[in-house]
Structure formats: structure tokens, C-alpha cells
Write a protein that binds this ligand. Sequence first.
Ligand SMILES: [Zn+2]
Length: 418
Amino acid sequence: MDVATVNSERFQDRFELFCQIGETERGGVNRPSLSDANRDARNQLVEWFEEAGLTVSIDEMGNIFGRRDGKNADAAPVLFGSHIDSQYNGGRYDGVVGVLSALEVIETLNDADVETDRPLEIVAWSNEEGVRFQPDMLGSGVFTDIFDLEYAYSREDSDGYVFSDELDRIGYKGDEPCEPRDLHCYFELHVEQGPYLDEQDLSIGVVEGVYGFSWLNASFGGKADHAGPTPMHLRNDALVATSDVINAVRRLTATGGTDLVGTVGSVDVYPNSINVIPEQVEFTIDLRSYDNEVVEQAVEQIQNEIRYAADREGVSWDCEEIMRVDADPFDDDCVATVERAAESVGADYMRMVSGAGHDANYLNTICPTSMIFVPSVNGISHTEGEFTEWDDVVTGANVLVHAVTEKAAMTETTEISQ
Ligand SMILES: [Zn+2]
């Protein structure tokens, strides 16, 4: 298949311009969901979509779609994109490379006068990051019927601003219904946000799926007392028990010989005073693996460790699993398409699994889906120091051109079955 190559210079000019919207002094961007900067970025995007000849539509969640017709107007479209909202003082690449590379794919096909069989649609999802309004991936979540529209509209930020009002305020509460519809497949190009591609000097990750995870809320209840007069053998210190569990999580993940990762990311100590023995500690545990059985066993082992630590220290304990999400394997055929695309452009690539969740996870529940990763230098993301070599971004966009072109072609059999 003879497939066009993206225009690196045009793509980069656009990227640099886009990064000026909400730019921070230290080279990042501050464009949290439904902020003024997020509105300005949306406006710029819509302008570019229209200039590229796309038919723009905004749905009730503020998801922005740009459609390019195909020879068969009634066929299910190939959808691809990502998000443009950022963390507070976040990086320039997260999400943005996926949306702007999608636009660059359209421009490239326009330049080459390619008319695909299927229509193409590109998308910028609302509220992917989940920093201002929780939960994350809200726009794609409503689109795929994971969340109700009313639930999404009612989300409040820490200052009491409501999602629905803020969406209205920035002018992006659209008319199109935000609901599942017939899609041929979905692709998302994204920065890896981990170190593996950079470490191995590869340009492309062919993403087979996303880790499953378990979230635990745990607590220990001990006895508060004076830090001076209380002898060591009479103490019931909730924080000492917690530190045993933190160490157990590290031991289990470091020595298990699996892909398991584990984190104690939040610890609240009461009364949290320099001269009082900690009476109560509440903490969280995040356990992830691509193997559901590994997560299951890790949860059991950590629950045991919590009991042992409580016994040793003479404190009460509690542990509740508040969330369990199974590993999410992407569609074999879409993964194979991305792999063929990587081979076609001569990219150094590997098949890999994502440790982080993406809009693609939700899309995978309604249509065949896969992702393309490009390297994050030193694995850094969600900070202003996020960086990806421009050549790698371009390689990723070229892989996307190939993947989209392949899936947008209709063979006779797909014509009948579609
Ligand atoms: Zn992202």
C-alpha cells in the first residue's frame, strides 16, 4: 500500500502554536478542563478542523468531532484522537500529540487527494485528566455509556463550580447527543508516560492493552499517648503498623517476578503531632498488573500483611477494596494493524502494555480499539518537564496514517457485513 507521509514542519508549527495557549513559565501548559485556556485551545482546534475541511460537531459533553466524508457515506467511520485538557501546570505532549497528529493525518490525506472508503472522524475528548472534575475520562465515559450525562454534568470542582455550568460558560455545551454510535474502530496516539520505550531507544509502542488494578482503603486504630513518658512496650502505634504495610507492598512488587506494581500514595495520620503517638492512620494501596490473577493474589497477600502488622502492633485494622478494574486487552486485529503500520514506516517498535488508563479504554467497550505510544524521555509526564523527541512524534503520526488508511478501506466482505 502506497501511503502518504505527514508534513513534519506544518505539524510542528501547529504544535508550537498550540503550546502557547496557557503556556507556563517553565515550558509546560496549564489548561485544566473547562478553564479559559481550555476554551482558547478548543477555539483554535475548531478553527483548524474547519480549515482542514472537516465538518465540526460538538456534543453535549463538549467532545469535539471533525468528520471527513468517505466514498461510502453510510459506513461506520474510523475514529481517532485524544484529549487537550491538561494537568495543572502539566506537560505539552500529554493528549495534545494525539489530537494534533489526528488533524495532521487529515491534512496529509487532503494533500495526497486520498478519498477513503469509510468516513474518518477525529476527536478531542472532554475532561480526560480528571484533575479539576473527577472522575477522569468523563467525556469518553459518557460517550460510551459508562457514566450518565446527568452524573457528569453534576460534577463539582474544589471551588464549587459545576461541570455543566462551566461547559456552558466556555460555550462548548453542544447539541449532538453524547451516546454510543456505530464506529468501525478507534485509534489513539499518546505519549507513553513511562520509561520503557526511551530506555530501549524505540520510537513506537504497539499497545496491546491496559493494566487492571485494585484500590484498597485501609486503616489502623491504635492508642494516642504522650511521646515521652510512654515506654516502647506499651505502645499501640498505628503508624508503625502502616509502615510495615508500605514495606510489604514494596517487597511484594520487587520480588514477585511479575509485572505487579504497587503504591501507597495517600497517608492520613491522626492526630499528626510531633509529641503524640499516632492513634489512627488511614491509607490507600494501588495494585496493578496486566494479569488479573496477579492482582487478585496481591490483594490477598496485602490483606494478610495488614492483619499481621495489626497483630504485631496490637492495633485494630480495616481494609476495604473500593475499586477493581480488570485488565483491558485491546482488539487483536487493531493491535495487528498498528504493528503492520509500524513495520510499514520502518519504525523501531515493541508490543507493550499501558500502566495508565486512557479514553481508549472506554472506546474499547463499544468498538475495536488500539493505541500507539511514542516515548516519554525519562518516562516523565504530568509535569512541565514532559518531553518527546519531535522525530518520534512524527513517526507516531505516520504510523497513525497507515493504521487509519488500512482500517478505512472496505473489502467486499466488510461492505456486506457492515
Ligand atoms: Zn493523556
